[in-house]
Unconditional design. Structure first.
Length: 277
């Protein structure tokens, strides 16, 4: 398994779970120094000089990109499942630009907050029809480029569509869309009754994991048994990224990154000798 942290190309606004804010050489060299293999990258404008410079620095320091995160589009009111057709079309166009960037970067693209919420009183079927239609359009761009799309279930306090991994798995199976899951243990702790079972049940569809404790901080800073989940995933054959898409709040982000790196080093050293009971 590979490890990564969240990095925003632009100054991260409050509430964005970017552990490192700004695609500076100082941040990127620090991520490498701590021993991480890569980043999840929050991108607003993939054609901007800042984005291209960030990509060049990541390559210079030998860091990969697990997922490109288009959450900033949601901040602009753009959603794949919006009721307004013009908003959906603009969102598809903007995500298409991010997909082009991800193809160049060798990364996947997340569909999280950018899918949107359904209007109050609307049934889920109506939302899903719009969302599926938009996904098909994005897939028309991403599939020829070999860029996987990642559906991230997100908890009820942030969105009202596809909350749990169980719901995400059901949506992928029902829709038949060739997309994958990006599971987040912070959200799973709120929405999935049995995290361990859902990690295993969804593993054939899972290409990326946000590996966070119960409080959206690095492993060991909350109440989840993160060492057990690490060993579970390793023994099950998961080989993708475990990303610290953490929200440090008032805590020092560098301290959080250090805590995460220490946990992963311990697991790398001992996981081979400790099977899941």
């Amino acid at each position: 398994m590979k490890t990564s942290v969240s990095l925003s190309v632009f100054p991260a606004p409050p509430g964005m779970p970017a552990l490192f804010s700004g695609g500076t050489e100082q941040n990127i060299s620090r991520i490498q120094e701590l021993g991480y293999d890569g980043v999840d990258l929050f991108v607003k404008d993939p054609a901007s000089a800042d984005t291209r410079r960030t990509l060049a620095l990541l390559r210079q320091y030998g860091l990969g990109i697990g997922a490109v995160m288009p959450a900033a589009l949601a901040g602009e009111g753009l959603y794949l499942g919006a009721a307004e057709k013009n908003i959906r079309e603009e969102c598809v166009r903007r995500i298409g630009e991010i997909v082009d960037f991800a193809a160049d970067a060798g990364a996947m693209v997340s569909i999280g907050l950018v899918r949107g919420s359904k209007p109050r009183g609307e049934d889920m079927e109506a939302f899903e029809r719009r969302f599926v239609e938009s996904c098909v359009q994005v897939l028309g761009i991403s599939q020829p480029l070999g860029v996987p799309l990642l559906l991230e279930p997100i908890n009820r306090y942030e969105i009202n569509t596809i909350l749990s991994v169980n719901e995400g798995l059901d949506f992928i199976r029902r829709s038949g869309l060739p997309i994958y899951l990006m599971n987040d243990l912070f959200h799973m702790n709120i929405e999935d009754a049995d995290i361990e079972r859902m990690l295993l049940d969804s593993l054939p569809y899972t290409k990326h994991i946000h590996f966070l404790d119960s409080n959206r901080l690095p492993p060991g800073m909350g109440h989840l048994d993160m060492a057990r989940y690490y060993r579970l995933l390793k023994n099950a054959g998961y080989t993708g990224y475990l990303c610290l898409e953490a929200l440090p709040g008032r805590l020092d982000p560098d301290m959080c990154a250090v805590k995460g790196a220490e946990f992963f080093r311990q697991m790398t050293t001992y996981a081979a000798y400790h099977a899941v009971p």
